[in-house]
Design a protein around this ligand. Sequence first.
Ligand SMILES: Cc1cn([C@H]2C[C@H](O)[C@@H](COP(=O)(O)OP(=O)(O)O[C@H]3O[C@@H](C)C(=O)[C@@H](O)[C@H]3O)O2)c(=O)[nH]c1=O
Length: 182
Amino acid sequence: MKYEPLAIADVVLMTPDVFGDERGFFMETFRQHEFEQHCAPLQFVQDNHSLSRQGILRGLHYQLQKPQGKLVRVVSGEVFDVAVDLRRHSATFGQWVGVYLSAENKQLLWVPPGFAHGFYVTSDSAEFVYKCTDYYNPGDEYSLQWNDPQLGIDWPLVQARAPELSAKDQQGLTLAEAPGYD
Ligand SMILES: Cc1cn([C@H]2C[C@H](O)[C@@H](COP(=O)(O)OP(=O)(O)O[C@H]3O[C@@H](C)C(=O)[C@@H](O)[C@H]3O)O2)c(=O)[nH]c1=O
């Protein structure tokens, strides 16, 4: 596995070694010891899997009292995946990084606790799989507005169509309104 810190250095892009043969391929997608060395000394307690159609945007989500670090990847299709730094004392507070994750590139993104996370589906559909360092805690969940001009996220919208959002995400908070991490 190759580990590559992004422009916000705590966010790490991971590229697995893929062993192809006549049967298909094999790859390791997680190794605790390496993860602790290159990303964070944290354990995962919950795994999630979602399916979304093209044009769906999920996010940008975070939990305040029980922050979740997320190790995310795509097992079918392609998404543009975004992490926003909400740590108020961070030099990169309010900044974002985004990468394409796909079944083809097989990359994983480590989104640490203290970040909001979301993704936009660019392929016909996409299945998204991720590990979390804390449990889902719905009362503690916030949605940051995907198109807040202060964030200025450059979403690669398909045919310039507005993304489809859940009712919750349509009520997302701007960066100015959203509680951050102290
Ligand atoms: C996230 C989550 C949802 N649910 C339930 C609640 C609800 O009925 C249904 C759909 O929930 P949501 O609309 O919140 O699902 P979704 O919009 O896919 O939420 C996810 O978005 C991405 C971007 C993330 O980063 C995740 O952490 C998570 O917040 O699934 C759980 O039971 N456990 C969970 O961990």
